[in-house]
Design a protein around this ligand. Structure first.
Ligand SMILES: *Cc1c(COP(=O)(O)O)cnc(C)c1O
Length: 459
């Protein structure tokens, strides 16, 4: 081996070539654990450090150790965040946290092969879209069901497969934006269907739909007004009346219910559409999300008449909107929880929506005491959370949390996000607030440690 002294003065010891270091036995182990791309990047960084004189040794084993450090120490881009906002279905925070059983199921499936597209009864090719059709049929009572990648995909696929090149009647009050740029008129345009608005923004009657029917009409589309509430001089047809009108004209009634509720409505979700009820009242095809009130993984559910679901299945777009095995594994396990007696409490979204205010208050008191003991001046405060995710606007969830006074709440908020365990808090004039509702069981210790590190007395 060449002596390092011969390059003294150029900044440091001469490092081995990147290619050679990648073959070092210690680095080979790292490639197996972290992948070749990440390991190569870390090796290059380590080599650069030697060149720049930042490392004491260019020796293989020492460099491999530095590479391991770089790989373990680099924070993941996707990380856990403690939700101190009191908003249960928080779109910025990945919406519904999964039941631990659902998460474990997804992890188990992920680590091996599965029958994602293999029919275990016939041994022939199966279909991932209909893997969960039986349980969904049983739970909602519909004729057929299909799962796609998310709620927006379900609506897009339904409109494309059933209405392309034809007209779709939508109430003016329902040609809305859901959030994140998802606008009903845009989705209709994208599907190749023509939007025909009927009625007025605040009042639409069944007769408005009937007058707008032409031979080119394919369907009525009803959209749940997820993220806003209209009050005052308003009118909207009852679903059974609208369904009857559609059927009299030989048309389909499609309903985008957004959140979609299976079990009885918890506090703060009284206005959401029950899936089973929507079907019983005559909707032909129902679309909803998996990771809103269902509390499952990101997914889009299509529920309704067999003949229509079959047409969605056969459409080429279905392939582009298909769900992956982890989504399906988590969704199936969540549905099983919902079905089991007492299983609802296992689903975090449900447990949080139904959390008892006195319990939230006691939990906040315990946090405040522990924080004061380490010099953080926390006080219990009443707060107002929400179901979130465009669900049930105007139905606040009275809650409790802690208020911590600080002169620059904006800066504290940023520092809590950058903490080892990221925490999203609420900013208030003169302080920050952590709402206790959405802090998961088991997160208390990390939350208090993060708050103490950022807000505690300087050491
Ligand atoms: C949330 C929502 C969607 C979109 O569902 P994603 O799962 O977010 O794609 C569509 N329609 C309505 C009414 C919604 O509330």
């Amino acid at each position: 081996m060449r002596s390092h002294s011969d390059i003294a003065g150029t900044g440091g010891p001469r490092p081995p070539a990147v290619g050679r270091l990648l073959q070092h036995p210690d680095v080979v182990v790292l490639i197996a654990r972290h992948g070749r791309a990440a390991t190569t990047a870390a090796v290059k960084t380590a080599v650069e450090e030697v060149r720049a004189g930042m490392s004491a040794s260019g020796e293989g084993r020492a460099l491999a150790q530095r590479v391991a450090q770089l790989l373990d120490g680099s924070p993941r881009q996707l990380r856990r965040v403690i939700n101190g906002t009191g908003v249960v279905i928080h779109t910025n925070l990945g919406r519904a946290p999964l039941a631990s059983r659902a998460a474990a199921r997804a992890a188990d499936l992920a680590a091996g092969y599965s029958n994602l597209e293999l029919d275990l009864r016939t041994g022939r090719r199966g279909d991932r879209h209909s893997l969960l059709a039986d349980i969904l049929r049983r739970m909602v009572g519909v004729e057929a069901a299909m799962v796609v990648n998310n709620g927006a995909a379900a609506v897009l696929l339904g409109l494309t497969a059933l209405c392309r090149g034809r007209e779709v009647l939508v109430s003016r009050g329902e040609a809305i934006e859901i959030g994140g740029g998802f606008r009903i008129p845009d989705i209709l345009r994208l599907s190749g269907a023509k939007l025909v608005e009927v009625g007025t923004t605040n009042r639409t009657r069944v007769s408005d739909y009937e007058r707008a029917c032409t031979p080119r009409t394919a369907a009525f589309l009803r959209v749940h007004q997820s993220n806003f509430r209209m009050t005052g001089f308003t009118e909207r047809p009852r679903l059974p009346d609208l369904a009857a009108a559609a059927h009299r004209s030989g048309l389909h009634l499609l309903e985008d219910v957004g959140s979609g509720l299976l079990p009885p409505a918890p506090a703060g979700a009284a206005h959401e559409v029950r899936l089973g009820r929507s079907w019983a009242e005559g909707a032909d095809l129902i679309f909803c999300s998996g990771d809103k009130l269902l509390g499952a993984s990101q997914a889009g559910l299509v529920l309704g008449r067999a003949e229509l679901v079959e047409r969605l299945h056969r459409h080429p777009l279905a392939r582009a909107l298909r769900p992956d095995k982890l989504q399906l594994a988590a969704l199936e396990e969540t549905l099983r929880c919902i079905e089991e007696p007492g299983g609802l409490e296992r689903i975090p979204v449900w447990a949080m929506l139904r959390a008892d205010a006195r319990w939230l208050r006691r939990r906040s008191e315990r946090w405040a005491e522990r924080l004061r003991r380490v010099g953080v001046p926390a006080e219990v405060t009443s707060t107002e959370g929400a179901a979130g995710g465009g669900t049930t606007p105007g139905d606040p969830l009275p809650s409790y949390g802690i208020h911590i006074p600080c002169p620059r709440p904006g800066m504290v908020r940023r520092r809590l996000l950058a903490a080892e365990t990221a925490v999203l808090c609420l900013e208030r004039p003169g302080g920050i607030v952590i709402d206790a509702r959405c802090v998961l069981p088991g997160e208390d210790g990390s939350l208090l440690a993060a708050l103490a590190a950022v807000l505690g007395p300087a050491k």
